[in-house]
Design a protein around this ligand. Structure first.
Ligand code: DGJ
Length: 695
């Protein structure tokens, strides 16, 4: 049993190594008395402490690890809900009502009888990954609407007042997933997106840890929100030194009315604790995503070719056929036609919304190309950007008000496009019809779903009143709905999420998409640190990485392949310009990638040398039986005089013997891990791949 009631109103949520407890205190508060390693005996789990106020200015709640803090009594921390009842009351008064455990799920029901309002706190545990999924369902059992200005999914409280740091990922377009660690000050620190997507700027995911925690040592708590729209994480350290994080849909410009009888379900939060550094967090989250979130968990991701960087909008049937021919010759398994294929799309000025093949470019439709690609033994993939419309399109000319806008405000274009109001059922129906048609007529195996701008004028097309503040949530639900309808209609299709690169990479998307385009930046050296940051919360099996012409003037083709082989290998270069030698190099690496793919995509990843340090990077992958592995080692921008770093392999069976290709030695696992090895790379932008074999 992973979830059990071990004493009256005391619940233990235990994974393989870590446990979390919930208890109803004598004062009727739902608190979290313990969060840490699984303890040997159930008696070890502490009783709820008695909390007392320090003064008439500070209530006992300042030091109480409340599970879901609300606005009531003398509570000054960020509440998880901001509620307005029709009678003017804005406090809640919830009482524990019951708890139910069924299968691997705990539901704790709290009710506010005066307002006929109930909250169920839901918990599920992923035992192997030691991760708790939490979400909340609100229900209005009364006869009057309840109005919300905030609905968060969860709160986490760190066990002891102490000094903690926050590690998270920040970035911007073309420069995503930069890891930053900062000390949590007294006060509040807010991370958020107000951009309609989860955004390039911050990932809805944090680590909270003692300042000394690093890759392989130290404790770390993690908390990730599964939501693809506006979100907020508010980390608060109060004057007693207690640190909390409240997580959920952003309350900026948020409003949600809950009509009598209605329910609202929050997006989930995934949280847990690790004892052995950031690596342990990543290892567990990688498995969580691969085994429990993505639609096709066991899939080996295909080596793809994407023609975007080669042709941009200059798409022709002849040009694409030629690229496909070469792609097949070098071993590519999936050919993706990117932007530029649909009606009127000759630049980014026009066409979005008109989802049928451009007559001049594809006089016989797209089927001619997909047949060609499939006859070459490859799958066929197609780029779409369903949420957008160019003013220069048939769709816009017919329905200029189908976009998010305010009737009395100028419409702001970005990349010459507007955002369709997906909350409008007519828009949903239109997109569903046209996308279904093109997918069916073409025979599509893979879809790249892009989204190339952030929000402006967040008004709903149908009603421009106060309830328009629902647009943020309704829009995300609508994106999910369309996505889910297409997935249901075409279960064999593999989806990729993209928003101008990594602008919508989140756990909400990863329950729908198997792959992520993490950045438009395909310079291999810059990509090293983008990939490294991404790996903190997301596995290599979802991370597409292409070898392109970016950086080709000075960065070896071998080096570019080694960087891209760290994820799901793809090619995006103009291969029609490659000479025989380049094609042979590609063929060889693609072949080797296919052999190693099960280890890279399904094995354990170890960050050995950080790309942010001394101009070198090394990443290791090891299969689950610790029999075979691979280390990608590259020298990017090291100084001429620097001596090569020592690389310490990780995760090997200590007593087993291993060899590393190109290092002429056999050693025990523990010896490799303790001694490490050095390998001199001759120049910048070169690299080496070592295969690890157990003897
Ligand atoms: C942005 C994506 O990230 C690129 O890969 C490409 O698909 C372009 N959009 C096409 O417009």
């Amino acid at each position: 049993m992973t979830i059990q009631e071990i004493r009256e109103n005391y619940w233990l949520l235990a994974g393989k190594h870590y446990a979390y407890t919930l208890a109803l205190s004598d004062t009727g508060n739902l608190i979290n008395p313990y969060w840490g390693q699984v303890l040997p005996s159930q008696n070890d789990y502490p009783k709820p402490a008695i909390f007392t106020a320090a003064s008439s200015f500070d209530s006992e709640y300042e030091i109480m690890p409340e599970e879901f803090p609300l606005r009531e009594k003398m509570k000054f921390t960020d509440p998880c809900l901001l509620v307005n009842f029709e009678n003017g009351t804005r406090d809640t008064a919830f009482a524990f009502t019951n708890a139910q455990i069924s299968q691997n799920r705990l539901v704790i029901l709290l009710t506010d009888p005066a307002q006929h309002f109930e909250i169920s706190l839901n918990y599920q545990i992923y035992e192997d990954e030691d991760t708790i999924k939490k979400w909340v369902v609100l229900k209005n059992n009364g006869t009057q609407t309840i109005h919300f200005d905030r609905i968060f999914s969860a709160n986490i409280t760190l066990p002891h007042p102490a000094e903690y740091s926050l590690t998270h990922l920040y970035g911007q377009w073309n420069h995503e997933f930069n890891k930053e660690t900062s000390k949590i000050p007294y006060g509040k620190l807010v991370l958020e997106s107000r951009r309609l997507t989860s955004s390039h700027q911050h990932s809805p995911a944090i680590l909270l840890h003692p300042p000394e925690t690093n890759e392989y040592y130290g404790r770390s708590y993690f908390c990730i929100l599964g939501w693809s729209g506006n979100w907020k994480i508010s980390v608060e350290k109060n004057s007693f030194g207690l640190t909390r994080a409240a997580v959920g849909i952003n309350d900026f410009d948020f409003y949600w009315p809950l009509a009598p009888g209605a329910e609202f379900t929050t997006p989930p939060v995934y949280s847990g604790v690790a004892q052995h550094g950031f690596h342990e967090v990543s290892r567990r989250l990688h498995t969580l995503v691969r085994s429990h979130l993505v639609p096709h968990p066991t899939l080996d991701k295909k080596v793809l070719y994407n023609s975007w960087e080669a042709t941009q909008f200059d798409v022709t049937i002849t040009g694409q056929k030629k690229l496909a021919q070469i792609a097949a010759e070098i071993g590519v398994e999936l050919f993706v036609l990117d932007d530029g294929w649909f009606s009127g799309r000759h630049s980014d000025q026009a066409g979005l919304g008109d989802w049928w093949p451009d007559q001049a470019k594809f006089p016989n439709g797209l089927k001619e190309l997909s047949d060609w690609v499939q006859a070459l033994g490859m799958d066929f993939g197609l780029w779409i950007e369903p949420e957008m419309v160019n003013p220069d399109s048939d769709l816009y000319r017919q329905h200029p008000n189908w976009i998010l806008h305010y009737p009395d405000r100028q419409r702001t274009l970005a990349r010459n496009q507007s955002i369709l109001d997906l909350t409008n059922p007519q828009v949903q129906a239109y997109l569903h019809e046209y996308l279904t048609k093109v997918i069916t007529e073409t025979g599509v195996d893979f879809i790249k779903w892009d989204m190339n701008r952030n929000i402006s004028e967040a008004g709903i097309s149908a009603n421009g009143n106060h309830s328009a503040k629902q647009v943020w949530v309704q829009y995300t639900h609508s994106v999910y709905r369309l996505w889910d309808q297409l997935r249901q209609r075409f279960p064999h299709i593999i989806f990729q999420t993209c928003s101008g690169g990594g602008g919508r990479s989140d756990y909400g998307m990863l329950t729908r998409a198997d792959q992520v385009w993490i950045s438009d930046n395909t310079d291999p050296t810059e990509r090293l640190s983008i990939q490294e940051g991404f790996s903190l919360f997301y596995p290599a099996s979802v991370m597409e990485s292409w070898v392109t012409d970016s950086g080709a003037a000075v960065q070896d083709l071998d080096y570019r392949f080694l960087v891209s082989m760290m994820g799901v290998l793809g090619i995006g270069a103009d291969i029609s310009r490659w000479n025989e030698q380049q094609k042979q190099t590609a063929r060889t690496w693609i072949e080797r990638y296919k052999q190693l793919r099960p280890i890279i995509q399904h094995g354990t990843q170890y960050r050995l040398l950080s790309a942010r340090d001394a101009g070198y990077a090394a990443v290791q992958y090891l299969d689950s039986l610790k029999q075979q592995g691979v280390i990608f080692y590259v020298r990017s921008t090291a100084s001429q005089t620097a001596s090569p770093p020592v690389i310490f392999p990780q995760g090997l069976d200590e007593n087993a013997q291993y060899t590393l290709s190109d290092i002429d030695e056999q050693r025990s696992g523990v010896a490799w891990q303790q001694l490490g090895f050095r390998y001199a790379l001759p120049r910048n932008y070169s690299g080496q791949m070592f295969t690890i074999r157990r003897i």
